[in-house]
Design a protein around this ligand. Structure first.
Ligand code: CMP
Length: 162
């Protein structure tokens, strides 16, 4: 749901959060991936080029801390610059997961971002939020209120759905 006050929009869904990961960045796929995102109808609500510290990567992927791949994942995610973005579209979380495809590129549908640009399940080109509540948490982790906007340029406030 979206409510627009003066220069200020409250969004309770319809956003997802993405990372273009170090492998896709170093192989010069940022432009190709952003083009696919745009052509699929997503609007960029926030975006930055940055690099994760070990602490940031471990915090972001904390849910996987007991998994055998956790240390390799943190090492990979801190190995080079990334692009982080908030994407806005109706049904954003589900539609973006369809666009990026299965976590494992070997299982991803043809034409998906991971099928086209991922190297392996770990170096899988992009991250996409798996729920509305994680999308909001992940967006809040990387972007302050003054760094995110709706399609009309209003500041975007993200609040939990009722
Ligand atoms: P992502 O969508 O960023 O969310 C968690 C990440 O963990 C996932 O993409 C993969 O990069 C990584 N991951 C998940 N399963 C495995 C696995 N079996 N081996 C290595 N990395 C994995």
């Amino acid at each position: 749901m979206q409510t627009t006050l003066r220069n200020f929009t409250i969004m309770t869904g319809n956003i997802t959060f993405t990372i273009i990961k170090p492998g896709a960045v170093s192989h010069e796929h940022i432009g190709d991936i952003l083009k696919m995102i745009s052509e699929a109808g997503f609007s960029i609500a926030a975006m930055k080029y940055t690099k994760l510290s070990q602490i940031q990567a471990a915090y972001f992927y904390n849910v996987h801390k007991e998994r055998s791949f956790f240390s390799g994942l943190v090492e990979f995610m801190t190995s080079g610059p990334i692009v982080v973005a908030i994407l806005e579209k109706e049904n954003a979380v589900e539609d973006y997961r369809k666009l990026i495809g299965n976590t494992d590129p070997a299982k991803a549908e043809p034409g998906t971002i991971r099928k086209l640009f991922a190297e392996s399940v770990q170096r899988n080109a992009v991250h996409g939020s798996d729920s509305d509540s994680n999308a909001r948490k992940e967006a809040d982790f990387f972007f302050s209120k003054s760094e995110r906007f709706d399609r009309d340029g209003n500041f975007l406030e993200l609040v939990p759905a009722e």
